[in-house]
Design a protein around this ligand. Structure first.
Ligand code: OGA
Ligand code: ZN
Length: 389
């Protein structure tokens, strides 16, 4: 049912894709579009990205970056009869770039802003407007699947209602997207109170807001937690937007924030069969200062080995972040019902639960993970972006 979803097209006569002029100044080529927009590109970038040299089938580059002078500039250029940007280069090469392609890949501030998903940052108030999805629609209709994928991308979570109360139903939804991410806890896992648990989730204790498996070099991307049975007293779920907590910290105490983006904290899981450890900062930013990920799980925090001069500051900064993660104003708390499934970005949204009393009835969740590469890829395939260069 892929054609239910609207597709991007490669070329377009939209004014923002139509080239109207160019100027060459030094090693920069500036172009204007019919909507009045203007963007500058480096000569080296245009030469390197000339599509004519790509392998015709794989679309892969067949040269490396030692081949051109970084200061290379075209000798001349024009908008040709078919509307392409045509540039002639000192080595005799002629490059042609499509306006829509240039628009999609422009790397000025406006282009970057246009491409970045607009994140919905939230606090406990999101309870008034939850990102709900219907399980049957997600399982059968690609548009509904895309809607769920985008909710998780932008809001960090979605609540899927009306799931079949069947074993491995969460994996069934996961397989609508891609393959699952296996870990030392298995492909899928049952979250129940067990004797001799190797993980706090497998008790009936409260779990503070945490991200799963920050003790790995690459923690799992998206987590599914499907409620199969719930009669026990207590056990409410919690979700917290880690980006919101980090942003509050950035505003209140920039030095503490900076420390948490730079100084690695250690996490470790170990039992009779495994010993998996990793050190990384609690907050990772992208190259524009936007949020990339949160890693935070006091339960599996390992003894920190940071520079002695930074130890006190690190504990202080983590304490400030922890207080925000616990602040009721930031915590969405709700009780899952059998048939509900929470789906959340484990590299942004922290999750937890209140303690429950296993003597008052069963509580059984099932979980699995899909990594973010596969998540974003599926969005691009469903929107047709994968077919564009
Ligand atoms: C987990 C977890 C929460 C719950 O399994 O990772 O945090 O509600 N479970 O039991
Ligand atoms: Zn967890």
């Amino acid at each position: 049912m892929l054609n239910a979803v609207s597709k991007h097209t490669g070329t377009s006569d939209r004014p923002q894709h139509t080239l109207t002029g160019l100027t060459i100044s030094g090693n920069l080529v500036s172009i204007t579009w019919a909507d009045g927009g203007e963007s500058a590109f480096h000569g080296i970038w245009l030469r390197d990205n000339c599509p004519t040299g790509l392998h015709p089938s794989t679309r892969e580059r067949q040269w490396d970056w030692s081949e051109f002078d970084p200061a290379i500039r075209p000798l001349s250029g024009q908008i040709d009869k078919s509307g392409l940007l045509e540039l002639s280069w000192p080595d005799g090469h002629l490059s042609r770039h499509d306006g829509a392609w240039l628009r999609r890949h422009r790397y000025d501030g406006a282009g970057k802003a246009e491409r970045k998903p607009q994140l919905r940052i939230w606090d406990a108030g999101i309870a008034e407007d939850l990102p709900d999805c219907d399980a049957n629609a997600v399982l059968t209709d690609d548009q509904a699947l895309l809607d769920m994928l985008i909710k998780v991308r932008d809001t960090g979570f979605a609540l899927v209602r009306g799931m079949p109360r069947r074993d491995k139903a969460c994996e069934h939804v996961a397989h609508r997207i891609a393959f699952t991410r296996e870990t030392n806890f298995g492909i899928g896992f049952d979250v129940i109170s067990k004797p001799d648990p190797n993980n706090q989730a497998y008790t009936h204790d409260a779990l503070l807001g945490h991200t799963d498996l920050p003790n790995r070099e690459m923690p799992p991307g998206v987590q599914f937690l499907h409620c199969l049975e719930f009669q026990a007293q207590g056990g409410e779920s919690t979700l917290i937007d880690g980006f919101h907590c980090a942003e509050q910290l950035r505003a209140a105490d920039p030095d503490a924030f900076e420390l948490l983006t730079r100084v690695p904290i250690a996490h470790r899981f170990h039992d009779g069969e495994w010993d998996v450890r990793w050190r990384a900062p609690a907050i990772a930013l992208d190259d524009d200062g936007g949020y990339h990920e949160i890693r935070y799980n006091p339960g599996v925090g390992a003894p920190f080995d940071v520079r002695p001069a930074e130890m006190t500051g690190l504990y202080r900064a983590l304490g400030l972040l922890a207080a925000r993660i616990k602040d009721p104003a930031n915590v969405l708390a709700f009780k899952l019902r059998p048939g509900d499934m929470m789906v959340f970005n484990n590299r942004r949204v922290l999750h937890g639960r209140q303690a429950f009393d296993p003597n008052t009835g069963p509580r059984r969740l099932q979980g699995c993970y899909v990594d973010l590469d596969e998540w974003h890829s599926r969005i691009r395939v469903l929107t047709g972006e994968n077919l564009l260069d």
